[in-house]
Write a protein that binds this ligand. Sequence first.
Ligand SMILES: C[S@@+](CC[C@H](N)C(=O)[O-])C[C@H]1O[C@@H](n2cnc3c(N)ncnc32)[C@H](O)[C@@H]1O
Length: 205
Amino acid sequence: MKLKQIESLLGRIQQFSNPKLDLEQYPTGPHIASRMLYTAENTFGDVNGKVVADFGCGCGTLGIASAFLGADYVIGIDVDLKSLETASQNAENLEVDVDLIQCDVKNLSSRGQVIDTVVMNPPFGTRKKGSDMEFLSVAFKVASQAVYSLHKTSTREHIKRVALRDFSANSAEVLCELRFDVPQLYKFHKKKEVDIAVDLWRFVP
Ligand SMILES: C[S@@+](CC[C@H](N)C(=O)[O-])C[C@H]1O[C@@H](n2cnc3c(N)ncnc32)[C@H](O)[C@@H]1O
């Protein structure tokens, strides 16, 4: 599927109707999500024919984009049931198969690296310190091929150090720096849109 077509289809996704601040629920927009998955497939071959897991899938955007790009099997995992219901409806409306599991990512265990690629826009750790690194730690345990993840640019050096030293990554590369628009979802957001610098990472476990 072409990039523009993916972006346009992702634009039809229904997002969090009542986002939960403590879970850092803000959506990845169609522009960033389509490019993230398109790059994963067209530059690195990490999606088509692969088993892809979307950690903290929310309303399903990254998992659905993976399905558009020919993933063999897609699983979306989120702790929030309401988001999973929306994700299920989105997948049905867009006619793709995505299996959804309600689970805290921290509690996932694996009998081996049964997943090829993990894609995620995890909580940045602004409400619960360290939640971004918890997601990353589990992703490294279950992924055999690659982990794609968005993190605040301000944490770049820390992420690189922990990935290489503590998670024994074979590589940790920032593919690009993005301006991530967080819509005015919460009362403490004074401006209409909060725009933060975010890195798109590709890790090889
Ligand atoms: C920044 S949102 C990203 C949502 C979606 N992946 C997207 O890109 O639009 C983070 C998501 O992680 C979920 N989440 C937060 N903590 C979690 C946890 N411990 N385990 C599983 N999911 C969690 C939230 O419910 C939320 O849907």
